[in-house]
Design a protein around this ligand. Sequence first.
Ligand SMILES: *Cc1c(COP(=O)(O)O)cnc(C)c1O
Length: 377
Amino acid sequence: MERWQKQLSDSAVKVEDLPFVSGSKEYLKKLQKVSEIFPIRINSYFLNQIKEENDPLWKQVVPTAEELDDFLSAEETLDTDPLNEEENMPVPELVHRYPDRVLLMLNNQCPIICRFCTRKRKIGFPGIVTRETLRQGIEYIARHPEIRDVIMSGGDPLLVPDKELERILGSLREIKHLEIIRIGTRVPGTLPERITPALCEMLKKFHPLYANLHFNHPAEITPEVELACNRMADAGIPLGSQTVLLKGVNDEVEIMKELVHKLLKIRIKPYYLYQADMTMGTDHFRTKIEKGLEIIRGLQGHTSGMGVPYFVIDTPGGGGKVRLLPDTVVEYNDREIMVRNFEGKVFRYPQPTEKSPKKNVPSATVVSSPDKLCEMA
Ligand SMILES: *Cc1c(COP(=O)(O)O)cnc(C)c1O
């Protein structure tokens, strides 16, 4: 057994195994209930990174009674499948929501179970993703020439054993119209020793391969994680990161800035910052939309543009991701645009002169009155 397999088998999966949890019998009973609805998993590597109750890692993986309250109160706005994934599955466990790319679930096991997971409805339960669903998914991609990009997801595809993963990648690579393969994984940040030289050697054979990793807090970037990410990058896999904006975990500009700096240092490009989905049992993690915009405003221009992720909402009901930007346009018309820079200064930029007036000019957006007006040369 390799070390990562041992770390996985030594996971906390029961209320009694949870770190830094105390409380009345009643409270523990409630947690027991929670764990029956949404399973617990914290592998022993990640357990070791947790330093105390309520720290940013603890909050991501240790269930609280709020989960159950939220589940029981069953607010109309919350859903077990907020992105309507199940209705966008032409074959089981493959989501086809965009014209040219699909999401293929390879399994439904994860190195840790995140309490805010958007797929809480299926993660950690046996028998959802099977060899048969996978076969149908690959066959679907083969039958649809418009699909040029597949995202291997789950669950976590890097928990699939090397041999099996190699077989899956091999069958995907037989599909001529499939251009790129992406891996969506939280393994490098939560079970880093799984990223073995042997795994990377195998993956290398299936380029062009991309990976989007999942990091929410700078404390997740340990020496072990650095090594894992270096191995993947050295295998020629461009690395991106997806982050979920979580109340009490990373909803501060300074934390996010530290996170993106640490990511860039280990060759990971921050890709998406997600507004937390409206998943039943996760309401206590949700932040106001303004928070995400404030974070982007605090990064854009203030630090490397490479480090600024796209802030997105995954639209309820399955409309896909929509990118949100802080307003930079103060005024916009036929003659000029007035924009605000990262310091809050307003600049006027004249349009090129045109003979015939353009149609469909967007109406002016005025955010607030300009505090300083600077002319651009
Ligand atoms: C996020 C997502 C994708 C990929 O979106 P990109 O913007 O191309 O990264 C594809 N399919 C589904 C269902 C998704 O949720």
